[in-house]
Design a protein around this ligand. Sequence first.
Ligand SMILES: C[S@@+](CC[C@H](N)C(=O)[O-])C[C@H]1O[C@@H](n2cnc3c(N)ncnc32)[C@H](O)[C@@H]1O
Length: 300
Amino acid sequence: MISELFSELEHLKENGTIKDEENFSPSFDISIVLRDIFKLSKTDYLIGKDFTVSENDYSKALQALNDLKALKPVQYITGKCEFMSLEFIVNENTLIPRPDTEILVEYILNHFKQNSNRELRILDIGTGSGCIAVSLVHYLKNARAVCIDISEEALSVAEENAKAHKLSDKITFLRHNILSGFPESDFEFDCIVSNPPYIETSVVSTLEENVKGYEPISALDGGKDGLIFYREIINSCKLKKGGLLAFEIGYNQGGTVSELFNKSGRFKDIEITKDLSGNDRVVSAVFTGGITNNNLRNTE
Ligand SMILES: C[S@@+](CC[C@H](N)C(=O)[O-])C[C@H]1O[C@@H](n2cnc3c(N)ncnc32)[C@H](O)[C@@H]1O
């Protein structure tokens, strides 16, 4: 019976094994995994409705509780994450989509809302679960996207997400290392978007255990100064004149990334957008044309 599991949970709470803290709420996460495994409505969960559970589901639930105790993020346990009001498949090969990244997607949706009738070509660099590209193509009806990532495993998840949202015919996937230059393309993009790895290498090891212990390091590490991807993309991107390049950035990178745009001499209308906590979160700029001058590469 499920009531046995709930009594066990109560016991774990009473003896302090499960304890909510400022940035960690196992009680909430437990409700998510249990509701997911037993297909319970919120109400049935809250009133503690009793019913018989299969042995298989019972052991799945115990495993999930152990995983939560070992700080495994709830999204990797359920294999799902909500982003832009859409459900995404995630696994340990993909970064868990963050609410901060919704600021980037909202910014782009807003930028293109006047042009929503014309066809838009979008390139998503470091697509991970595909959450950015899939959301953009879902909400911008005339958009198509190319998604690149260095990780074959992440690309498989992104492809599954495109399929789940019935967008496979509008999104293509390509394994590519962006640090080796831009991928060949038959057309110029209207928008290049990226939430690249942007954490300084020395800071990665200081991240919280539930991040550094489970999320792919290749999705986090942005090189010695955290700027390696911004430098490369700003320097070598191929965009339509008037096209938009938009990045998610770390809370303290607004000034430096804007400066990279400035230095490249190929962009105008550089804009910083803040997140709900008041931190810089997105930097974007409009492409004015011109050739790559490679002047950013040697500044690291
Ligand atoms: C911060 S995650 C962003 C994932 C997803 N776009 C999101 O916002 O949740 C960065 C992504 O960049 C990919 N990546 C890392 N190095 C790369 C490289 N050299 N070329 C292309 N993609 C890379 C990682 O595999 C990871 O999926």
